[in-house]
Design a protein around this ligand. Structure first.
Ligand code: NAP
Length: 295
């Protein structure tokens, strides 16, 4: 049987790297993996993880999702002339009070998370449509389903990806192309360390004292969540495999059921008030009455 040809974005670390290694290590050689990354200087980590075992099942290519030409160049190096499974995984984070981010920084996040995902899908979609065959998997986030304080831009980018994927899924089922989002909560990768964040120590920033104190509280919460509740990439890869191996893949797969009650709350109370109250309580606990304000 011919191997399924998979192209994955963002394979220099984290989920992309683990997925590439897992699929390329498939004992029956069911997959040929094009593991792409924007900076090939970082390929050592991937090479060390595969330990040179998978010369015939993995090819590493340069691909920056913000650069259309680099996507086209990567596509032209796929010797099979087809992609059966496209994995849009590359992403960046941004944390801090909205007013502290420059528009260029905000644009940079949207450029990778939203436009990068759309640009990648656009490039590979026409061939999939012609062949009436394909799977598109996207690394989604709890931040694409639920608003999170101090993650306004990241959530905006991931919510937008949800909208794009849900919309595409409706049309693409007519082409036998399945779109799936792998919705992740916190995962032990370089993501938290790499994400751009407003530093509390920077007192030049336009941030009032009350926002500063809430942000401090949020950072503590966030650190504790990443320390105590983050999943390992292996858990995420199992969910990826479930989606890849499904006969009829679903639109959404959740890697962490602990996230579901909040999503359910959003659906059961459509005016949003219950969700806002519950999330605020969870993060800024004990709740800050107005009298606490140190303005
Ligand atoms: N970790 C979490 O807690 C978490 C939770 C929910 C969702 N996610 C999502 O999971 C995905 C993967 O993140 P991760 O956790 O594995 O973090 P990660 O280890 O930081 O990996 C992110 C990957 O995206 C790549 N990337 C960034 N900008 C790119 C660009 N312009 N073109 C191509 N690649 C680019 C990075 O490359 P460089 O090394 O060159 O920067 C890196 O390979 C992201 O979409 C993220 O939003 C992560």
């Amino acid at each position: 049987m011919e191997p399924k040809v998979v192209l994955i974005t963002g394979c220099s670390s984290g989920i992309g790297l683990s997925l590439a290694v897992n699929l390329a290590s498939n004992p029956s050689k069911e997959y040929k993996v094009y593991a792409t990354m924007r900076n090939l200087d970082k390929k050592q980590r991937l090479l060390e993880t595969v330990r040179g075992l998978h010369k015939d099942t993995m090819v590493i290519l340069q691909m920056d999702v913000t650069d259309h030409q680099s996507i086209l160049d990567a596509k032209s190096k796929v010797t099979e002339d087809r992609i059966d499974i496209l994995v849009c995984n590359a992403g960046v984070g941004l944390m801090g009070p909205l007013e502290t981010h420059s528009i260029d920084t905000i644009r940079g996040v949207l450029e990778v998370n939203l436009l990068g995902t759309i640009r990648t899908i656009q490039t590979f979609l026409p061939d999939m449509k012609t062949r009436r065959h394909g799977r598109i998997l996207v690394t989604g986030s709890m931040g694409g389903l639920q608003g999170l304080p101090f993650n306004d831009v990241y959530c905006a980018s991931k919510f937008a990806v949800e909208g794009a994927c849900e919309s595409l899924a409706i049309l693409l089922q007519h082409f036998n192309i399945h779109v799936s989002l792998i919705e992740c909560g916190p995962v032990n990768t370089d993501f938290y360390m790499n994400l751009k964040r407003t530093e509390l120590s920077d007192d030049q920033l336009e941030m009032d004292a009350y926002t500063r104190s809430l942000y401090k509280e949020y950072l503590k919460h966030c650190q504790s969540v990443f320390q105590n509740a983050a999943q390992d990439t292996d858990d995420i890869i199992q969910v990826y495999l479930e989606a890849i191996q499904a006969q009829t893949p679903l639109l959404r797969y959740y890697t962490n059921t602990a996230l579901l009650p909040m999503s359910n709350l959003k659906l059961s109370s459509l005016d949003g008030s219950q969700y806002i109250k519950a999330m605020s309580k969870l993060i800024f606990s004990p709740p800050n009455p107005n009298t606490d304000a140190q303005i």
